[in-house]
Design a protein around this ligand. Structure first.
Ligand code: DX5
Ligand code: ZN
Length: 216
């Protein structure tokens, strides 16, 4: 079963509650946190996650595009995140492992994210304890970018590693996912699709979510 995770990066932040309700037929709500250092953009932080938690029961999939994310795990968990993704490029391996330990202690689901430059094998030290791997299919930082075809190979390789070492682990793709690219990433092994502009840019938002799911 394919899951859809609309990204509120493409929502109207002045009408966030309304825009969250519009995607209630989806599976996860994807929240992009950017610090202006790991990526050039700055988006939302802990107080906004706290407010989102008060207005929805949706599963909050929080994508941390921040340097040294171990510093913030506890705060995002307390704010109401259900799952946290930390980028493997954002700190030394020991500190990434520590971030995962803190997630475990806080009772949130654990994920690592890969920028396009990062090889699939980079997940190996962590894979057995992950709930999800997030493979970026654009350079992180902005919504509305073009899907990077060359990332399909990384998706396939991560899928093979998941099947071998931790079949329960989910595989999420993020960036440029639209009705045209969804079947291709599903075929490559993804089971959670993030979509910002393809959902919030659509006239019929529930229809766009259904279209992205396909027959999966
Ligand atoms: C980009 C973010 C994405 C973004 C996707 O750095 O991580 O989640 O919102 O936007 P679309 O679906 O428009 O490519
Ligand atoms: Zn994201």
């Amino acid at each position: 079963m394919v899951k859809i995770a609309p990204s509120i990066l493409s929502a109207d932040f002045a009408n966030l509650e309304r825009d969250i309700k519009q995607v209630s037929s989806a599976d996860y709500l994807h929240v992009d946190v950017m610090d202006g250092a790991f990526v050039p953009n700055i988006t939302i932080g802990i107080p906004v996650v706290q407010s989102i938690r008060k207005c929805t029961d949706m599963f909050l999939d929080v994508h941390l595009m921040v340097d040294k994310p171990a510093r913030y795990i506890e705060a995002f968990a307390q704010a109401g995140a259900d799952m946290l993704s930390v980028h493997l490029e954002a700190d030394h391996p020991t500190r990434i492992a520590q971030a995962l330990d803190i997630m475990g202690a806080c009772g949130v689901k654990k994920a690592v994210a890969l920028r396009p430059i990062t090889k699939a094998e980079a997940v190996l030290p962590y894979i057995e304890r992950l709930d999800m791997v997030l493979v970026m299919t654009v350079e992180p930082g902005f919504g509305g970018q073009k899907f990077m075809e060359e990332q399909l190979e990384t998706v396939r390789q991560v899928r093979a590693l998941i099947n071998r070492y931790n079949p329960a682990c989910e595989l999420e793709v993020d960036g440029g996912i639209a009705p045209g690219t969804a079947p291709v990433v599903i075929d490559a092994g993804a089971n959670v699709l993030v979509a910002g502009s393809a959902v919030y840019g659509a006239e019929d938002i529930p229809g766009a979510i259904t279209a992205l799911r396909g027959n999966g």
